[in-house]
Design a protein around this ligand. Structure first.
Ligand SMILES: Cc1cc2nc3c(=O)[nH]c(=O)nc-3n(C[C@H](O)[C@H](O)[C@H](O)COP(=O)(O)OP(=O)(O)OC[C@H]3O[C@@H](n4cnc5c(N)ncnc54)[C@H](O)[C@@H]3O)c2cc1C
Length: 339
């Protein structure tokens, strides 16, 4: 395991930002990360763990040590008539885990097809799409304490999952290396096609009783038609979270903007699509220099090729400010902004 110096991170982040890591190290085993913590940690005042780099905005060169996680592998831990428990090492590509399960006919993560990145980062923001979230199938994860190198298990309850949220964004932030994630999949059909265009795509294909693979294929088709592929246009998916507001706030805004869309939440609050708020402020498809809001999805900020990380961040702040001025709602970034 070599520690390299002044390494370009352009191919390690989906925004395609050409910043440098002052020090860089790729790890492929549990021993690697344990050794790194025990022997090298104190030499670096900052650390950044990178999976697929699909949820980070690197505003400038990264001081300290960047750890690229290449610990991969998928294992079936146990199974019974109805369920199967699958453990994946954290550097495994999330979509590879989805395909592994879908190909075996197991249900639970087909709606989460084609989300970029690694399974190790998936619990951090409790990834979600098309009416499903990681927490629905999550059993536990193994994490390595970045101070002591000891291993700790986090159960679902201990992860404190919320909407694009977990303990790893709060009190456990920056304290652990997530080493493995165990999921419980269902062998029995347990489908959810109510969300988005899944039903429509299945109808177009004349599929009446869809299996996990059919749903996964439909989700892939929809995502490929709507979201820019980072290989063609740098981006990190949705830049902001969909804000949650009280009914009182919602009623206030609805008086001025009667067409405001919302989802009713169990706690009585309303969730507002951030994309709609941003569109109303005129940002959809707007390009400023080398950055801007994607033409098909205003919530996605893009790098047209030569943007600097800080330029994208300043653009994000303008978008945030205009939404706050127009609606009184403060958008919270979903992307991890590394400054
Ligand atoms: C085109 C596109 C579409 C997307 N669509 C969705 C979507 O539908 N739903 C959704 O939820 N997300 C979506 N995302 C966001 C992203 O794919 C997820 O957040 C994903 O889980 C990030 O994984 P990663 O490995 O790339 O994480 P990275 O970007 O590498 O890291 C993200 C954060 O996690 C930390 N981290 C990474 N690995 C570890 C580890 N092993 N231990 C401890 N900390 C770690 C990093 O330090 C960083 O703070 C999308 C992104 C893109 C580019």
């Amino acid at each position: 395991m070599d520690i390299l110096e002044q390494i370009s991170l352009k191919s390690y982040n989906t925004f395609g930002l050409d910043v440098k890591a002052q020090h860089f190290c790729a790890i492929t085993s549990k021993e690697d990360i344990e050794q790194l913590i025990k022997k090298e940690w104190k030499n670096f005042h900052r650390h950044l763990i990178l999976g697929g780099g699909s949820n980070v905005l690197l505003c400038k060169d990264v001081e300290g040590l960047v750890i690229k996680n290449n610990i991969v592998g998928i294992e079936i831990l146990k199974e019974d008539e109805n369920n199967v428990w699958v453990k994946s090492y954290s550097g495994t590509t999330w979509h590879d885990v989805v395909l592994f399960c879908v190909d075996k006919g197991w249900y639970g993560i087909e709606n989460l097809s084609l989300i970029p990145g690694t399974i190790g980062a998936a619990p951090i923001q409790n990834i979600g799409a098309y009416g499903a979230e990681l927490k629905d199938v999550f059993v536990e994860l193994e994490a390595i304490d970045l101070e002591t190198a000891s291993t700790k298990i986090f159960t679902k309850e201990q992860c404190q999952f919320g909407y694009r949220d977990s303990i790893f964004k709060h009190e456990a932030k920056g304290k652990y290396f997530i080493f493995s994630v165990t999921l419980k999949l269902s062998k029995q059909p347990n489908i959810n096609i109510a969300y988005g265009d899944i039903q429509k795509v299945l109808e177009e294909k004349n599929i009446q009783s869809p299996n996990a693979k059919n749903i996964s294929d439909a989700v892939i088709q929809i995502r490929e038609s709507k979201l820019p592929n980072p290989k063609d246009l740098g981006n990190a998916g949705s830049f902001f979270k969909n804000p949650e507001i009280t009914t009182t706030e919602f009623n206030r805004i609805q008086q001025v903007f009667p067409q405001i869309p919302k989802y009713d939440l169990a706690n009585g609050n309303k969730k507002i699509p951030a994309a709609w708020l941003i569109e109303q402020c005129g940002w959809k498809g707007k390009r400023i220099g080398e950055t801007g809001n994607h033409a098909k999805q205003a919530l996605v900020l893009v790098n047209y090729g030569n943007a600097k990380g800080n330029e994208i961040w300043q653009h994000a702040l303008h978008v945030q400010q205009s939404v706050q001025e127009k609606f009184g709602i403060l958008l919270e970034p979903e992307v991890n902004v590394i400054q």
